[in-house]
Design a protein around this ligand. Structure first.
Ligand SMILES: Nc1ncnc2c1ncn2[C@@H]1O[C@H](COP(=O)(O)OP(=O)(O)OP(=O)(O)O)[C@@H](O)[C@H]1O
Ligand SMILES: [Mg+2]
Length: 252
C-alpha cells in the first residue's frame, strides 16, 4: 500500500480535482484505491457525488483511534472514500496534540488497509495541522502546481516545510510534482515549467493537466471526468497521468 498526500498550502491549485480524477483513473486501471477527504469542507466527497456524506470519517480515526476500514464507504468499483466527518475541523484546534493525531492517522491506515494499492489524502489549503499530519503519515507527497508565477511563490516555503518533516519522520519522503491547470498557450507557463524542472529534477510527472471548463463542471454533478465527459481531452490526460503514476514516468 502506498500512502500519497496531495498537498499544496495554496488554495485552488487542483488538489481535490486531482484526488478525485486520478483516484478514479487508478481504480479503472485495476488498482484498489481509497481516497481520504482531509478537508473539513468535504469537497472531495461532493466531487464523488456524496453531497451529504456520513457524519463520521477520518475525524474518528484522528480523534478516537478508529481504523480507516471502519469509516470508509464504497463509491465506485475499487474506489473507496473516507469522508471528512463533522469533527475534522476540531483537529486543527488542538495543536499540542499534533503528534498524537499523526500517530493515530498512521495507525488507522496500517490497520485494515493492507489490500489497498493506493491511499490518497486530499489535504486542505494552508499549512496547518491536518496537512502536517498527512505528511507525517505519508510515503509520498504529490504537489499540484499551477503554471503561473504565483503558483511558484509558495513552493520554496513548501519545500523547506517538507525538509523539516523529513527530519522529524526519520524516513525519506518521496516527492512528485504535477503541473495542473496549465494554459499551454501562455509563454509564462513554459518559463514556469523550466523553473520547476530545476527545482524538482526528475520529479515532475510526465502528463500535465490542462485548464478545461469540463473539469470545473464535474464536482457540481458529483461525477468524475470519466462519467461526465469520458471522451474529453481531460479524461485522456487523467488516464495517462495514472499510467505515469504507476510506472513512475517523469518529464525529461
Ligand atoms: N484543470 C482544471 N481546469 C479547470 N478547472 C479546474 C481545473 N482544476 C481545478 N479546477 C477548478 O478550480 C477550482 C479549484 O480546484 P480544486 O478544488 O481542485 O483545488 P484545491 O487545490 O483542492 O482547492 P482548495 O485548496 O480550496 O481545496 C474548482 O472549482 C475546480 O473545479
Ligand atoms: Mg481541495
Amino acid at each position: 500500500m502506498k500512502l500519497v498526500a496531495v498537498i499544496n498550502q495554496k488554495g485552488g491549485v487542483g488538489k481535490t480535482t486531482i484526488s478525485a480524477n486520478l483516484g478514479h483513473a487508478l481504480s479503472q486501471k485495476g488498482k484498489h484505491v481509497t481516497l481520504v477527504d482531509l478537508d473539513p469542507q468535504g469537497q472531495l466527497s461532493a466531487s464523488l457525488g456524496l453531497f451529504r456524506p456520513p457524519s463520521h470519517g477520518i475525524d474518528e480515526v484522528m480523534l478516537n483511534g478508529a481504523t480507516v476500514d471502519s469509516v470508509n464507504v464504497s463509491t465506485r468499483e475499487s474506489l473507496m472514500l473516507v469522508p471528512a466527518g463533522v469533527n475534522l475541523g476540531g483537529v486543527e484546534k488542538h495543536a499540542s496534540e499534533g503528534v498524537k493525531r499523526a500517530l493515530l492517522l498512521k495507525q488507522g491506515f496500517e490497520r485494515g488497509m493492507n489490500d489497498m494499492d493506493y491511499v490518497m489524502i486530499d489535504c486542505p489549503p494552508s499549512s496547518g495541522l491536518l496537512m502536517a499530519n498527512a505528511i507525517m503519515a505519508a510515503d509520498e507527497v504529490l504537489i499540484p502546481v499551477t503554471g503561473d508565477y504565483l503558483g511558484l511563490n509558495g513552493l520554496a516555503h513548501l519545500l523547506s516545510t517538507l525538509k523539516q518533516f523529513e527530519r522529524l519522520r526519520q524516513r525519506p519522503l518521496e516527492r512528485h510534482v504535477l503541473l495542473s491547470r496549465l494554459v499551454a498557450r501562455r509563454r509564462l507557463s513554459k518559463e514556469v515549467v523550466e523553473k520547476l524542472k530545476n527545482h524538482f529534477p526528475g520529479k515532475i510527472l510526465a502528463t500535465t493537466i490542462r485548464e478545461a471548463a469540463v473539469l470545473a463542471e464535474c464536482p457540481g454533478a458529483g461525477r468524475t471526468i470519466f462519467e461526465y465527459r469520458p471522451n474529453s481531452v481531460s479524461a485522456k490526460e487523467f488516464t495517462t497521468l495514472a499510467e505515469d503514476f504507476i510506472e513512475g514516468r517523469m518529464m525529461s
